[in-house]
Every structure is written in structure tokens, then in C-alpha cells.
Write a protein that binds this ligand. Structure first.
Ligand code: UDX
Length: 448
């Protein structure tokens, strides 16, 4: 290992980039993070996480102090490393396809720098890109700008990332698999070597395949997860019609079948987050451009959209009309333990509530600043649960925060104008709410 320079560089200090950088460094692999955002770079250099993720802050502090991780906005340092990971964003475009401009810019900049480099350099595409991107535009840009071809001096792999927000660090330290896509043996074996160094005896299964297959693994994975959620939400909506049936029991029972599996079967208001919807839309757009209409995934998305409307329908049914009613939305984040509201079901629900004339007040322990940036003053924001509930005609639980789980029926009774409760996350115990106007997703009417 070179002592002066980092072994690996990572371009794009977003969610995936920074968690990957911190975990590589934590295993003693000298790492440099690169980002055009100077403020973010400075923050990382001070050992402060620029985003909320459990364990990230302490890990960053530690690796920065040990000089295993550094950050810069100058991409030219990448040339002194052995491997460069591209973790830049691939945002959605209006037609669902992904915007490759960050990938193209980073690849071109890197290629220009590699032109003068003597010795081998491996480029790894970790950003989520549709099949054919690594072997197409990335390879073309890299070879053209470096004036080298993939082979003895230049390597190229696709290596998707599967980490989840909220557990990103432990996911990165204990992945269930590593997928390496490459058309040339040397690239694949160099990357596998790096991962062997990272994981040692704990190396997970390594799937060696083509770049296109590696890219599709990522989309297939997220399409499956999204479909699993829309599936259980569909069963939940059917269960609601059947006296004495609770979708939780159905999920528990079917989950015991190893072919189905018990995870990702929680019925709720629909999936959100930065990946599932974006990736599904990109996959749909990609397939349609190949003259195949993936109707299953369109239905997954459609069911997800409608699930938010169903939550609002439940509130409307309890109240008769939503016009001028005060509705407290408890939870804005797309899941607990994050301040992220990207594609959150809460936003779809709030928009519907507004369309139907409700006055919305929202509370979330972390996500209010992000929501304020997104919705500005279209709704009211409360400082705590109690003030959100104060004078409310209805409360809708949209995120499964632990503090909402701990609420008791009397907390609602003490503050609300009318105790109408829609538990869209199924976190309260219906037994304790039988005396209130309580409804939850996936629960049929009780048998008298
Ligand atoms: C997801 C993938 O899980 C991850 O592998 C990928 O790399 C990025 O996208 P993330 O967006 O962090 O990760 O969230 P995840 O925990 O997968 O949850 C996604 C959404 O589905 C959330 O809104 C969550 O509340 C919802 N969900 C999840 C359910 O409604 N029910 C479930 O049973 C599971």
C-alpha cells in the first residue's frame, strides 16, 4: 500500500459515497472523498457527517482523526489512487429516465487525468445506472478522454450498492452480497481483491457477472422490494373488507414460507424514499424504450400512488367531509430515524388533504426543516405531538417513529377536538383504541 496517497478515491459524497468512504476507511483502507460541494468537503474533513445516518458521525470522526479518510473538491487527486468509485447522483428526469450528466462529467474529468498516469487504474461505477450505461457511455467517455482502452492500464466495473438509509453503515459492513460486473478479467479480479482486503474472512458471496447484469441486479432488487410492499398493501385493502381479518396475521403466516420471506411485508401508506420510486420509474422507462411494457411494475407504482389516497379516504370517512377540518399529520419522514422526505407518502397524503379542503398541521421529530423547504407555509408545523393534536379533528400517523408508538389513547383524548385516528403505519394497539374513532390499514371490521 502506498503510504502517501490514498488507495481509493470516491467521487460524489452523497449518501452512498460518504457511507462507502467511511466504511472503507474504517477497515484501514486509505480513502479520499471527492465532491464539488466545498462546504460538504470541509464538513467531512472536520469529521462531521453532512447527513443524518446512525453510526456515521462517530465513524467519520474516527477515520478522519486517524488520517485514513480525507476529502477534497479537487478530482485530480484521484489519479494518485488505485481505484476510483463513482457514486455521483443519477436523478430522475420527467419521463422517468435517469440524468447521466454527473456521471458523464466525472468520467470525462477522470479520463483526462488518467491520460498521463503510468500504472493501472480501476474505475468502478457504483451509482445506480440502467443496463448498458457502464459499457456504453461510461466506457466511451473514459476511453476517449484518457486515450487508453480498457485492459492493461485501465479497468472498468459496475458494482451496485444496496444499502438502506438508517442502517447504511451496518449494511455496508455486512452486505448479503457483492455484485461485480465487468467484461475484462483483470478489472473484476482487482475489485474482488479490494473487497477481500475489506472483508477478510467475512467476505460475503461475490457474484461475478457482466456489467449489464450487475446494473440490472440493482433495479431488479428495488423493483422486487417495491412490488412486495404494493402486494401487501393490496392484501391489506382486501383484508379491510373482511370482518375479523388483520393483514398482520396474513403477513406473518405467508412470511413463514421461505419462498416468500417475512421481511418487507408491512402494510402501510405506500413506499417512499430516494430509490424505490426513482428506480422503478427508470426501469419502466428503460423497458418501454426496448419495446417491452412492464405492466407489473406500472401496477406496483399505481397501487403505491393510490395507497396514499386510501389513507385520506379513511380520514374522510371518519369525518364525513375534510373541508375546513384540522388534520394532524404525525410523521413526515419516509421511514423512521431519518429526516429524509424524498417521495414520502406523507407528502402525497398532505397534498390530498389540502385538495379536499383540510387544514393540515404536521409534526415530525426530524423532518420538519426538509418539509418546510419543500412545502413552505402551505401547512402548519408543530413543535411536538401535543401541539399538533391540540384542537385537531383527526390525527393520521404517517411514520413509524418510536415516540408515536408510545402514545396512549388518553394522549389523543387530552388534546384533540374529536378523537378520529387513522393509523397508516399500524403502530398502535387497536385493542386500546376501541372506544375512539380509530381505523388502521389492513384491519377488517371487528366481529360484534
Ligand atoms: C431502499 C432499498 O431497500 C435499498 O436496498 C436501496 O439501496 C435503496 O432503496 P431505503 O430507501 O433506505 O432503501 O428504504 P427501505 O427501508 O427499503 O424502505 C423503503 C420504503 O418502503 C419506506 O417508505 C418504507 O416505509 C416502506 N416499507 C418498507 C413498507 O411500507 N413496508 C415494508 O414492509 C418495508
Amino acid at each position: 500500500m502506498k503510504t502517501k496517497w490514498a488507495s481509493i478515491s470516491i467521487v460524489g459524497m452523497g449518501y452512498v459515497g460518504i457511507c462507502t468512504a467511511a466504511t472503507f476507511a474504517s477497515r484501514g483502507i486509505r480513502t479520499i472523498g471527492i465532491d464539488i460541494d466545498q462546504a460538504r468537503v470541509e464538513q467531512i474533513r472536520r469529521g462531521k457527517a453532512p447527513l443524518h445516518e446512525p453510526q456515521l458521525d462517530s465513524m467519520l470522526k474516527n477515520v478522519v482523526r486517524k488520517k485514513l479518510l480525507d476529502a477534497t473538491s479537487d478530482i485530480s487527486v484521484a489519479v494518485h489512487t488505485d481505484v476510483t468509485f463513482l457514486t455521483v447522483g443519477t436523478p430522475s428526469q420527467p419521463d422517468g429516465s435517469i440524468d447521466l450528466s454527473y456521471i458523464k462529467n466525472a468520467t470525462e474529468d477522470l479520463g483526462n487525468l488518467l491520460r498521463e498516469k503510468r500504472g493501472y487504474h480501476l474505475v468502478v461505477v457504483k451509482s445506480t445506472v440502467v443496463p448498458g450505461t457502464t459499457n456504453g457511455v461510461v466506457k466511451r467517455f473514459l476511453e476517449q478522454s484518457s486515450r487508453k482502452t480498457i485492459g492493461s492500464e485501465l479497468g472498468l466495473c459496475a458494482n451496485p450498492e444496496f444499502l438502506k438509509e438508517g442502517t447504511a453503515i451496518s449494511d455496508a459492513l455486512h452486505p448479503d452480497k457483492i455484485v461485480i460486473g465487468s467484461d475484462d478479467k483483470k478489472s473484476a479480479s482487482e475489485l474482488a481483491k479490494l473487497y477481500r482486503r475489506f472483508y477478510g474472512a467475512q467476505l460475503p458471496p461475490v457474484i461475478l457477472t457482466s456489467p449489464e447484469a450487475a446494473e440490472l441486479v440493482k433495479y431488479a432488487s428495488n423493483a422486487f422490494l417495491a412490488t412486495k410492499v404494493s402486494f401487501i398493501n393490496t392484501i391489506a385493502n382486501i383484508a379491510e373488507q373482511i370482518p375479523g381479518v388483520d393483514v398482520g396475521t396474513i403477513a406473518e403466516a405467508i412470511g413463514l414460507d421461505p419462498r416468500i420471506g417475512g421481511l418487507f411485508l408491512k402494510a402501510g401508506p405506500g413506499y417512499g424514499g430516494s430509490c424505490l420510486r426513482k428506480d422503478l420509474q427508470a426501469l419502466i422507462n428503460y423497458s418501454q424504450n426496448k419495446n417491452y411494457d412492464p405492466i407489473l411494475f406500472r401496477a406496483t407504482e399505481e397501487a403505491n400512488e393510490q395507497q396514499a389516497n386510501r389513507v385520506v379516504d379513511m380520514a374522510e370517512k371518519l369525518l364525513g367531509s375534510l373541508s375546513s377540518k384540522r388534520v394532524a399529520v404525525l410523521g413526515l419522514a419516509f421511514k423512521k430515524d431519518t429526516d429524509d422526505i424524498r417521495e414520502a407518502a406523507s407528502i402525497r397524503v398532505i397534498n390530498q388533504l389540502k385538495n379536499r379542503g383540510a387544514r393540515v398541521v404536521a409534526y415530525d421529530p426530524m423532518a420538519i426543516p426538509n418539509t418546510r423547504r419543500h412545502l413552505s407555509e402551505q401547512i402548519d408545523y408543530a413543535d411536538n405531538v401535543q401541539s399538533a393534536l391540540k384542537g385537531a379533528d383527526c390525527a393520521i400517523i404517517m411514520t413509524e417513529w418510536d415516540q408515536f408508538r408510545q402514545l396512549a389513547a388518553k394522549d389523543f383524548q387530552a388534546y384533540m377536538n374529536n378523537t378520529n385516528i387513522v393509523d397508516a403505519r399500524r403502530i398502535l394497539d387497536p385493542k386500546h383504541y376501541a372506544h375512539l374513532n380509530y381505523v388502521t390499514i389492513g384491519m377488517g371490521p371487528s366481529i360484534a
